[in-house]
Design a binder for this molecule. Structure first.
Ligand SMILES: [Zn+2]
Length: 393
């Protein structure tokens, strides 16, 4: 049964759909036009959808086939916003034109890897299964605003689900890159700002009345920037990275304050309190030796993202495992090392089993972003096998 559906997946249709999505520019904030394309693509194929938006200029499309009163509702989530072009001179093709290499092996363009191509694969699944007698329903959440905070995208969609205005999925598959691993967990995150206090003065008096806050910040950064050696099998190591510094008002004034921004990624078991205690444990010994080393921490516990995980026993995970075995002929892994935070957290946050299953791809967020077309074909086959497993067996 499942094999029949795998055999019906068309590489050509997948690559063409992905190419068309890439060929419509949609940097975050500018998703309107690509969503109009999605609507006409669905209309042409008689697939029904609703549009839901926090801002009508940044809509989300919820397209559905099947009958959710007859069985589970499987959702697939993908974002159509992309990051802006950097290193424009390095691109070998027009970033806002989907270009297939002459030998047909690679699709280039912004969003090829992150993640318009996966959305293309998801759309073709709706078309593939629309006439099947599904025991349940398949819905695709095509969202805006993943790269810049999700307030107009998945956060809004999840809010609508919570409010009962959109049907609540039983399972969600997010199509971000996962190297075909079944990614069941991701790190959390907390932003922490450290204010180092000094005393501003004339440069000439720097060694007399000045206390250079920038020098204190430098000591702090060197103490904080280290590998954290506590491995968690589902998400790997925690990460602390100092990603910003602000100090100095003029070249002839000793800075009286310096501020650094820490991005701290957490693993299951860590809390806001434990993260803050770890930071203090790095900085306090410096203060004990240097009475001019004075700092304050600023953070908002309300903005803390908890590390989150779906049980490996979930029927969604089991279905994906058998799909990967069948399509790739190998045992799927769970753990994706050094992977980032995704919209999966938002569905897990309301208690829905959620897994990331996506391709590899190259140069996400960089120049010459691309995806091997064979990977998109493989992803289509894995999705088809999973849908068949959950809605047709
Ligand atoms: Zn992405």
């Amino acid at each position: 049964m499942t094999q029949q559906w795998i055999d019906r997946v068309s590489k050509e249709i997948i690559v063409e759909t992905a190419r068309q999505l890439i060929s419509i520019p949609s940097v975050s904030g500018d998703e309107y036009e690509v969503m109009q394309f999605v609507k006409s693509w669905l209309n042409e194929r008689g697939i029904s959808y609703v549009e839901t938006a926090n801002d009508p200029k940044r809509p989300n499309i919820i397209a559905t086939i099947g009958n959710s009163s007859a069985g589970p509702l499987i959702a697939m989530n993908g974002h159509l916003d992309v990051v802006p072009i950097s290193d424009a001179a390095m691109w070998m093709t027009d970033p806002f034109e989907g270009v297939v290499s002459e030998d047909g092996t690679t699709l280039y363009g912004r969003g090829a890897s992150d993640m318009k191509s996966s959305v293309g694969v998801m759309l073709t699944m709706l078309d593939l299964f629309k006439d099947a007698s599904l025991r349940g329903a398949l819905t695709v959440h095509i969202v805006s605003d993943e790269e810049t905070g999700a307030v107009y995208g998945t956060k809004y969609v999840v809010g609508e689900i919570e409010a009962g205005r959109l049907p609540r999925p039983d399972y969600v598959i997010v199509g971000e890159g996962s190297l075909f691993k079944i990614r069941i967990a991701e790190r959390g995150g907390l932003a922490v700002r450290v204010h180092f206090k000094g005393r501003a003065s004339h440069t000439a008096a720097a060694r007399v009345t000045g206390i250079n806050a920038l020098q204190k910040a430098a000591k702090g950064i060197l103490a904080l920037e280290h590998h954290i050696d506590t491995f968690h099998p589902a998400v790997g190591y925690p990460v602390l990275s100092v990603n910003g510094i602000t100090a100095g008002i003029a070249a002839n004034v000793v800075p009286g304050e310096a501020v650094i921004d820490i991005d701290r990624r957490t693993v299951p078991g860590e809390t806001v309190e434990s993260v803050i205690a770890d930071i203090r444990a790095k900085l306090d010994p410096i203060a004990a030796e240097d009475s001019d080393f004075v700092y304050e921490l600023e953070y908002d516990p309300g903005q803390y993202t908890v590390a989150n995980m779906t049980s490996a026993d979930s029927p969604l995970v089991t279905a994906l495992q058998s799909a990967v075995r069948q399509v790739r002929g190998q045992e799927p892994e769970f753990f994706v090392e050094w992977a980032g935070i995704t919209d999966a957290r938002l569905y897990r946050g309301i208690g829905i089993d959620t897994v990331i299953m996506g391709p590899g791809g190259e140069n996400e967020h960089g120049a010459n972003e691309s995806i091997p077309t064979e990977e998109l074909f493989t992803l289509g086959k894995i999705y088809a096998a999973t849908i068949s497993e959950l809605l047709l067996s």
